[in-house]
Design a protein around this ligand. Structure first.
Ligand code: MRU
Length: 357
């Protein structure tokens, strides 16, 4: 199992994804501010991993607090939550992770629970969320495996793998589960400019597992689809609105249109915590803008003329109409997604995902 992040007695240990695939090094965050920096700088990235990291950030913040009264600790919890919430705006899992720990804290504080007991409880819950994330990935992988071809090539965009979760992955989890069930699958990994999650991370983790992988530049998919060389597309998600519109890594929207044009199924795989019923449509999803330097420079080398204007939206929204199915640990959702999402929320009678409002 790839140790994306891990709670240690000394802090939260993160595999530094900015250094992969050339260096396998770790960054130890010993307080919540360092966890926030690790998330903002994309040392850890991928929606489910960000969610659990935020929960661990909350837990370490509470655990290391020197507050001696509940009033003082409650004020600190608000600051910790605010600091973590300001790191990355698109993946709803961030807010879900913060809210899970904040809700537990509020419940315990309202019962006047002694501070040492609150500390143990929030740390235990954050560790449990780590285990639950892996279980959700395995379950959604098994739910989606049959949708992938018995034999063929599957295109993925960005990294929705073990590195983007606490292990196993969402989109790559479905691929792993299909292979475990005997499917013969080759993977095309879009390189995913500008951060190169596909070229650096997806290729690295799939090759570690011996899954045949070919890296494509982001502009090659149409050509290969036209040649009949792609049988399915599967991607992860950063936020799924109540109508099924899905935010994922920049470039996903274009791939979905290409898939539709070539009659290739386009699947989204995500844990239920990525569904945000409080966001009605994709138009309401905030899109993170990242620094121009990610586009102007590659490996420290300048690629563009001085002072040229740059756009760098980190995500785009794939309209629900281009999505064949959304695979979650609770089951596989089909269009019309506004109905199937709501129905599954009711049937599974669990609270819908965190509201950003
Ligand atoms: O900017 P990133 O690397 O955090 O973006 C990651 C993605 O877009 C993933 O596809 C998404 O979070 C799903 S990860 C299981």
């Amino acid at each position: 199992m790839i140790p994306t992040l891990e709670w240690l007695p000394t802090g939260v240990n993160f595999l530094d994804q900015t250094k992969l695939p050339l260096e396998e090094t770790y960054v130890l965050a010993t307080d919540y501010k360092q966890v926030a920096t690790v998330i903002r700088d994309m040392i850890v990235r991928g929606a489910p991993a960000i969610g659990v990291s935020a929960a661990m950030g909350m837990a370490i913040g509470i655990d290391r607090s020197e507050a001696t009264t509940l009033e003082a600790l409650t004020a600190e919890v608000a600051t910790i939550a605010q600091t973590l919430a300001e790191t990355r705006p698109t993946a709803v899992n961030l807010f879900w992770g913060i809210d899970e720990i904040r809700s537990l804290y509020n419940t315990l504080a309202s019962q006047n629970t002694p501070i040492p007991e609150i500390k143990s409880a929030v740390v235990a819950r954050a560790q449990q969320m780590y285990d639950e994330d892996i279980a959700a990935c395995k379950q959604l992988g098994s739910n989606g495996a049959a949708l992938l071809p018995q034999q063929g090539t599957v295109l993925t965009h960005c990294n929705a793998g073990a590195l983007a979760t606490c292990g196993y992955g969402t989109a790559l989890g479905v691929i792993r589960a299909a292979i475990e069930q005997g499917h013969k699958i080759d993977v095309f990994a879009d390189e995913t400019r500008p951060f190169l999650q596909g070229a650096r991370l997806t290729a690295w983790e799939l090759m570690k597992d011996g899954i045949p992988t070919t890296v494509l530049c982001d502009n090659m998919a149409a050509h290969l689809m036209g040649q009949g060389r792609i049988q399915a597309v599967i991607v992860g998600a950063d936020r799924i609105a109540a109508n099924g519109d899905t935010a994922n890594k920049i470039g996903t929207y274009g791939v979905s249109i290409l898939a539709k044009e070539h009659n290739i199924p386009f699947y989204v795989a995500a844990p239920w915590s990525t569904i945000d019923l409080a966001t009605a449509t994709g138009k309401d999803i905030p899109i993170e803008q990242r620094s121009a330097r990610e586009v102007t420079h590659s490996n420290g080398k300048q690629m563009t003329p001085d002072n040229v204007a740059i756009e760098n939206p980190a995500f785009d929204v794939t309209p629900a109409k281009y999505i064949t199915a959304i695979i979650t640990e609770r089951g596989v959702l089909r269009a019309p997604f506004d109905q199937s999402i709501r129905q599954m929320a009711l049937e599974t009678s669990q609270e819908p995902a965190f509201s950003t409002k």
